[in-house]
Design a protein around this ligand. Structure first.
Ligand code: ATP
Length: 236
């Protein structure tokens, strides 16, 4: 669904990504893992049209999106749930969710149907729909951020740092929700520092180091690989 060829990008003079090749397959969960500063967030930003490519291209279903703006990526169904969640704290949960749909021209009844789908995935959000987003716990804020992404009607949901700062129980709930969404056909690209969670959840994974992809394979295969376990899981 998304094919990346030789992606190079960075910030001004600083080059961060050095020729990234990746394939994000339709209907799958793809994980991008790597240590702090490897360039994962930078790749997410490039894929959501927030920073320009210096070279390389990405193509989604035959359409070259390399020069697409953030709004064009969104219109193409490529939706980014950013690290840090970026909710509007003073606004209600429901209004935050509706912000995800602001660029769609759909009827109120369609919006209600989509809201209902988000609330079915994350029942906690339904209970608290009228509360300010700032009153949510970290895990609930992540649910709200993913819910807002879902309200954009994505074909590919890109989630940056799913589990950052969350308790194991909340991570488990989020993982279950992502499995459910994926079983309904949603394609997901997950950036995650918790390597075990990511490899366990994904179909395919890419390991990034210093702006390059250094390894790729099926999640289960990488999880069983002693070299990966040694390097990324701290298991000898
Ligand atoms: P983390 O998990 O710590 O966020 P990451 O793999 O997502 O790591 P990036 O955030 O993409 O890594 O950072 C990659 C490199 O780009 C780092 O060296 C970082 O210092 C640099 N960088 C990130 N944002 C900027 C920016 N706005 N301007 C200049 N350099 C940046």
């Amino acid at each position: 669904m998304l094919e990346l060829n030789g992606i190079c990008a960075g910030y001004g003079e600083i080059q961060v990504l050095w020729g990234i090749d990746m394939a994000v397959r339709s209907g799958e969960i793809t994980a991008l893992i790597g240590s702090n500063g490897a360039g994962k967030t930078t790749l997410m930003r490039a894929l959501s049209g927030l920073i320009p490519l210096t070279s390389g291209k990405y193509v989604s279903e035959g359409v070259d999106l390399s020069k697409a703006s953030a709004a064009q990526m969104l219109a193409h169904g490529i939706v980014h749930v950013p690290e840090g969640r970026r909710l509007f704290g003073a606004m209600s949960i429901e209004d935050n969710l509706l912000m995800g749909a602001y660029s769609r021209s759909v009827s109120r009844s369609e919006l209600n149907r989509d809201l209902d789908r988000v609330y079915t995935t994350f029942p906690k959000l339904r209970e608290r729909r009228n509360q300010a987003a700032a009153t949510l716990s970290g895990g609930e804020q992540q649910m709200c951020a993913i819910g807002r992404g879902l309200m954009s009607a994505p074909r590919l949901l890109m989630i940056d740092e799913l589990s950052l700062g969350l308790s194991p129980l909340l991570v488990e709930q989020l993982v279950a929700a992502l499995r459910q969404l994926n079983s309904e056909g949603m394609s997901i690209l997950l950036v995650e520092q918790d390597v075990t969670t990511a490899l366990d959840l994904c179909h395919h994974a890419y390991i990034m180091d210093m702006g390059r992809i250094v390894r790729t394979g099926q999640g289960a295969e990488l999880l069983a690989d002693p070299i990966i376990r040694d390097a990324y899981l701290g298991v000898l």
